[in-house]
Ligand binder design. Structure first.
Ligand code: IMP
Ligand code: MG
Length: 184
């Protein structure tokens, strides 16, 4: 499936990878699983901006528990820098997480460096537990061992967009997950 006018809009063409129904069904399942695993708790969901937003908004409506919501922001490189590994991070310092059950919510985990860094920051705050939730995981891309308890979908090494995920800040509003079609 292709959106029409992508080129006129200055967007690269893309194709459908995961449709809305499939994503919706999977998020419902994740919500049920989290509801059951945390049945006696009031978890704190810490969303990693900006890629988490669409997924998180859906997920919380399928968690039938009292919960709290916080956000951190992270980017794996700066706009003005090509150096990978430069993770720009902000936000968690003011959040009181001591003794709380924390779920870090990501849109996509690739090398795992971003979420590992956030995990390390959150662990400094002595939470009762921390788990990772991601809509998309790319296990073959992880650069170190990473325990991801809740994942929507596992993909290979491909760049995906939509459902909150961007390429140069665009495509986040697509209601499905797509794959950019690279020019041959
Ligand atoms: P990691 O630190 O390599 O796991 O990369 C995670 C970050 O890179 C994500 O939070 C995204 O901002 C970005 N990223 C990695 N893969 C993709 C992708 O396929 N689509 C969109 N953004 C991605
Ligand atoms: Mg990005």
């Amino acid at each position: 499936m292709n959106y029409e006018n992508t080129e006129k809009l200055g967007l690269k063409p893309f194709e459908l990878l995961l449709n809305q129904d499939r994503i919706g069904r999977r998020i419902t399942e994740l919500g049920r699983q989290i509801t059951s695993d945390y049945s006696k708790e009031t978890p704190v969901l810490v969303g990693v901006l900006k890629g988490c937003v669409v997924f998180l908004a859906d997920l919380i409506r399928h968690i039938k528990l009292p919960l709290e919501l916080e956000f951190v922001s992270a980017a794996s490189y700066r706009r003005d820098s090509r150096r990978e590994g430069q993770i720009v991070y902000g936000g968690a310092v003011a959040i009181p997480l001591e003794g709380r059950h924390v779920l870090i919510v990501e849109g996509v985990v690739d090398s795992g460096r971003t979420v590992s860094m956030i995990l390390a920051e959150i662990n400094k705050m002595k939470p009762a537990s921390v788990e990772i939730v991601t809509l998309i995981d790319k296990p073959i891309c992880h650069r170190s061992r990473l325990d991801i308890k809740y994942r929507g979908f596992s993909l290979g090494n491909e760049f995906v967009i939509g459902y909150g995920l961007d390429n140069t800040q665009k495509y986040r509003n697509l209601p499905f997950v797509g794959r950019l079609i690279e020019p041959k």
